[in-house]
Design a binder for this molecule. Structure first.
Ligand code: FBP
Length: 694
């Protein structure tokens, strides 16, 4: 310490320099707030109009025709800029409007810029326009909790992550009562339009509200949000209208930066397998992008695993066993173990494994449990005054309820969703996992994958199987030949005398694998005695014991979950620009009288000058899917397309990234998200690859 007198914190805080250093207004924040995203060409004109685009066709579900009759004939709308509008267009476009915005579901980076885009366009058209933000998600609409958004509030949030400006929530406006309260709110605020920024379920909600609110003169527009990247829209002919929901790029980049750091740590400390679960409720888009960004050693893709065929089982059953199709937890653990063993054989008893959060959805037996339990819980909630989780707060009570269902079906000989076989299989599941599978469903009746420690379940099975493989002598750490020779020579021993007995591949390869039958110090001794390398009285030389010890693998893991952190990350430039233009698109759709449309930007996979703002009709995209145990009309989730170039590239490079070779691992360093500078990819790698055609 210097001879300077000490100052207490209060005195220090009075100093300007201290204030400057600890201020929450730092350079990054100032840069972000002052950035004005470029506008798509259509928005560089004083006005923008809609043109129906008849090139796109959709296969329309009968149920959608029936239930969304008022918006089912909507077409894709192209947005075109206009320089000189006639008086009647101007009047329509610029008339005073009140617009309400609500965020729905999990946060996604870029949401604030959707608001900024709407706000700027609305104020540009008519400074008398009013923009309201509903607080805490759809509850704000139902309960009329709204704030008027001013320029100050909007400016303070430009290009910043999260949904902090107005917050979000997962309530669904799905009952007559909630719909009628929402209509009342819109009337009370004299809203002309309601904008719902959300995922597949929320855009479904937007379509139903558009249908209901048409007679009130309230337009409803959806915006494709979700880090999961599973809102992707194609028409019947495969034309891509919306390649990716917003927030995906940022979350994937945030996860990739972390996973990449772990690749570095793992190959420095060489003792851990880092197991990284990454968000994505069902689809594995985020995991796929992380794989491309980082080249982690193993990345599981749920959609790919669902296609798994157990060839041995199939052959054994003479191609009759249907259970050979699709993956079970046990198969999965074997696939992972295979990679671990192969790396260990070349001295790499460490690595990075990426597991998508939604993987359970693609595992046969678990998917069946999830669907059955969804149905049971939803049925219970429908037919009782209280809900399933309040009635049976502890695991044992829930299990007893299930046992009761199985018992009844057995005794009465009636069909039940839950039978004795289910009960037996479920009893084999570890308790914490049973608890996970029985957790409360979200307000849409969906299983909450993020709440289940999937990675723990999978790694538990991997550990068990590795133990067996270790005992069989199949899981060994390869010993570098150079090191072996050096160690033995330093101890005055002839490496070539012991090598052929100790190792199974002494005549070839740089990494030596200890014989399978040598799996303990005791078996080591026995084999050396048998091969006359030792007499009964002699000890196994220390140098040999040292080599043997190094060949015995310890499987040490660190588990990580990347999800919420990525959702809260400040958006990448791509997401900033994408979302701002989505906001401009929303206002254009509103100003031109559209409803039941989802704002989108076409050609996202191309350079910015090719981006085209459009409106996509939501109703024709709807299909029947299981929700809360019954079939409902919803917007379909897009899963990873196994034929897509992005997946095919990952598949082709998988072996390379596993790195079960002597060469160093081929990791890629995406680095942290940088708001400026050239190091940032300007769009998700998945999109860039998928834009490459044959
Ligand atoms: P949205 O579909 O609402 O955008 O949410 C996506 C997500 O981040 C999933 O990846 C994840 O499974 C889920 O939210 C977690 O939800 P919660 O915030 O309720 O824990």
């Amino acid at each position: 310490m210097t001879g300077k007198s000490h100052m207490d914190g209060t005195t220090l805080l009075k100093k300007k320099a201290v204030g400057r250093i600890v201020s929450s207004i730092n350079a990054e924040l100032v840069t972000r707030r002052s950035f004005r995203p470029p506008k798509c060409r259509a928005f560089t004109h004083p006005f923008a109009a809609l043109e129906e685009d008849h090139r796109y066709r959709f296969h329309i579900h009968e149920e959608a025709k029936k239930r969304l009759s008022r918006i089912i004939d909507n077409r894709v709308q192209r947005i075109v800029g206009i320089e000189d509008a006639d008086a009647s267009f101007r009047e329509k476009y610029c008339r005073k409007r009140n617009i309400g915005i609500v965020f729905s579901g999990g946060p996604a980076p870029g949401g604030h810029n959707v608001i900024a885009g709407i706000f700027d366009a609305a104020m540009g058209a008519n400074p008398e326009n009013r923009v309201y933000g509903f607080l805490l998600g759809p509850d704000g609409v139902i309960e009329n909790e709204a704030v008027e958004l001013t320029a100050d509030v909007v400016d303070a949030h430009r290009n910043l992550g999260g949904f902090t400006m107005i917050k979000t929530g997962r309530t669904k406006i799905d009952t007559k009562e909630k719909v009628s309260l929402s209509r009342k709110t819109c009337k009370d605020l004299a809203l002309d339009a309601l904008v719902i920024v959300g995922g597949d379920d929320s855009n479904t909600n937007a379509a139903f509200l558009a249908q209901e609110m048409m007679e009130d003169g309230v337009q409803v527009i959806g915006v494709p949000k979700t880090i999961d990247g599973d809102i992707q829209v194609r028409d019947e002919d495969g034309n891509v209208l919306c390649a990716m929901s917003f927030g995906f790029h940022t979350a994937a980049r945030a996860f990739a930066a972390e996973v990449s750091n772990l690749c570095t740590d793992s190959s420095s400390d060489v003792k851990y397998w880092h197991v990284c679960k990454v968000m994505g409720r069902v689809a594995s888009h985020l995991a796929l992008e992380v794989a491309l960004q980082t080249h982690a050693n193993m990345t599981l893709i749920g959609e790919d695993l669902a296609d798994y065929i157990d060839k041995e089982r199939l052959i054994r059953s003479d191609y009759k066993d249907d259970n050979a199709y699709g993956i079970t937890l046990r198969h999965l653990s074997r696939v992972i173990c295979d990679g671990i063993i192969r790396r260990a054989a070349v001295g790499k008893n460490y690595g990075v494994l990426v597991i998508p959060e939604g993987i359970l959805e693609f595992i046969n037996e678990i998917q069946i449990f999830i669907i059955k339990l969804n149905t049971i819980i939803a049925d219970y909630n429908r037919t009782h005054d209280t809900d399933f989780h309040s009635s049976f707060p502890i695991l044992e009570e829930k299990l007893e309820y299930l046992r009761g269902l199985a018992r009844r079906s057995r005794e009465e000989g009636t069909f039940s969703v839950w039978n004795s076989r289910d009960d037996d299989l479920f009893a084999d599941v570890p308790e914490f996992f049973q608890e996970g599978l029985l957790i409360e469903r979200d307000s849409h009746g969906n299983f909450q994958f993020s709440q289940v420690e999937t990675e723990k379940v999978i790694i538990g099975l991997v550990k068990d199987y590795l133990k067996i493989l270790r005992e069989k002598g199949e899981y060994k750490v390869g010993i570098e030949r150079r090191y072996y020779r050096k160690t033995l020579q330093a101890a005055g021993l002839d490496p070539d005398r012991f090598g052929p007995v100790l190792f199974r591949n002494y005549d070839a390869g740089n990494f030596l694998l200890v014989e399978k039958e040598i799996f303990s110090q005791k078996t080591l001794r026995q084999v050396f005695e048998r091969e006359k390398l030792l007499s009964e009285k002699e000890d196994v030389p220390k140098a040999i014991r040292k080599i043997f010890d190094k060949s015995v693998p310890k499987f040490k893991t660190q588990l990580h979950f990347y999800g919420y952190d990525g959702r809260g990350t400040d958006p990448t430039r791509f997401d900033c620009i994408y979302t701002y233009n989505l906001g401009l698109t929303v206002f254009t759709l509103i100003a031109n009288g559209a409803t039941g449309q989802m704002a989108a930007i076409k050609n996202l996979e191309q350079k910015f000058s090719k981006w085209e703002p459009i409106g996509i009709p939501i109703a024709p995209l709807m299909n029947m899917e299981e929700r809360g145990g019954k079939l409902s009309l919803v917007l379909e989730k897009s899963l990873v397309d196994l034929q897509s170039p992005a997946f095919q590239v990952v598949k082709a490079l998988r072996e390379n990234w596993l790195g079960a070779v002597e060469d160093p691992d081929d990791y890629r360093r995406p680095g942290p998200i940088r708001f400026s500078g050239k190091s940032e990819e300007d769009r998700p790698m998945t999109l860039a690859l998928n834009a490459i055609s044959g």
